[in-house]
Design a binder for this molecule. Structure first.
Ligand code: SAM
Length: 287
């Protein structure tokens, strides 16, 4: 992404407006986690409380792919409102956690919401994922929950590899295209580009699974977990679109529906898969 021009994804501006206006559904569904939900069965009930539970399930699944064993030092890059750190803080003790985000408004909310539990430490840092102000080999796990499509992927991989200790794990989730989709999109989404740009900002959904394996190899890492949860994320789309149909701003709601509907179709057809991926930093290579 071009952080200097547009550091904050537009959907966060909409979300901040909704939270400020006291929109109960927005606060419940997206006040902690701002990512897709994961349903074990197809039994989504369409409520904000159900969505929050599904988002928490997704967060825990991505954290579990990082194989965290306390005591541990964890960097959550693109941490949003701190929901992942809040979840880890509730589940584990003896964690030193660092939340990093490019948008200071989100960090301010995270700091207000998440109080370190006894035995845990939390710090919040405003920085770009492509240039992490963190020590070399200082972390056991790096997390990037549904945000890597906003980052400069190669630079973030280099940074994640640099800050992980040998044996440490990078865990992330992403929208990963099938080969035929990658050829079609060529880094963008064709006719949907404007709607996607307005709704989700600068996103790059062009990195295939092979692309990830190559990035990992280039940066001294190997694929550890590849969990295709596409099917389990599908109720997300109806929940998001139902909500947008009630927005007052009809022009932007229409763009949101176009962009999200496109992604829903691509996901249903398995052209784009929602993958949880984790990578182990290999011992033999420094930096
Ligand atoms: C879909 S949200 C996910 C937020 C959080 N991980 C969660 O799951 O609730 C994507 C996040 O990436 C952040 N972001 C976008 N570009 C970034 C960058 N270059 N460096 C750090 N964070 C970035 C956004 O501000 C946003 O908080």
């Amino acid at each position: 992404m071009n952080a200097s021009e547009s550091p904050n994804p537009p959907y966060f501006d909409v979300l901040f407006d909704r939270i400020a206006s006291g929109d109960h559904e927005a606060v419940t569904a997206f006040g902690r986690h701002v990512h897709w939900g994961l349903w074990e069965s197809n039994a989504a009930d369409g409520t904000a409380a159900d969505y929050l539970q599904a988002a928490e399930r997704m967060c825990q699944r991505i954290c579990d792919a990082a194989k965290i064993q306390p005591p541990a030092r964890i960097a959550d890059v693109g941490c949003g409102f701190g929901g992942t750190i809040a979840s880890l803080n509730e589940r584990y003790q003896s964690l030193a956690m660092t939340g990093i985000n490019i948008d200071s408004r989100q960090l301010q909310r995270a700091e207000e919401l998440v109080v370190p539990a006894a035995g845990n430490q939390i710090q919040w840092i405003c920085a770009d994922a492509a240039s992490l102000p963190l020590d070399d080999a200082g972390f056991d796990a790096v997390l990037a929950v549904e945000c890597i499509f906003h980052f400069d992927r190669p630079r973030f991989f280099a940074e994640a590899s640099r800050v992980l200790r040998p044996g440490g794990v990078l865990s992330l989730s992403d929208f990963v295209p099938q080969p035929r989709m990658a050829a079609f999109m060529d880094g963008g989404a064709g006719p949907m580009s404007e709607a996607i740009q307005w709704t989700y900002g600068d996103v790059d959904m062009s990195c295939s699974l092979e692309g990830y394996e190559q990035l990992a190899a280039e940066h001294g890492m190997r694929l550890l977990v590849c969990d295709d949860v596409t099917e389990q994320t599908l109720p997300t789309y109806d929940f998001l679109c139902e909500g947008a149909r009630r927005w007052h701003d009809q022009k932007h709601a229409e763009l949101f529906l176009q962009a999200t509907g496109w992604l829903q179709k691509a996901s249903r057809k398995k052209m784009i898969r929602y993958l949880i991926l984790s990578f182990e930093k290999l011992a033999s290579r420094a930096g």
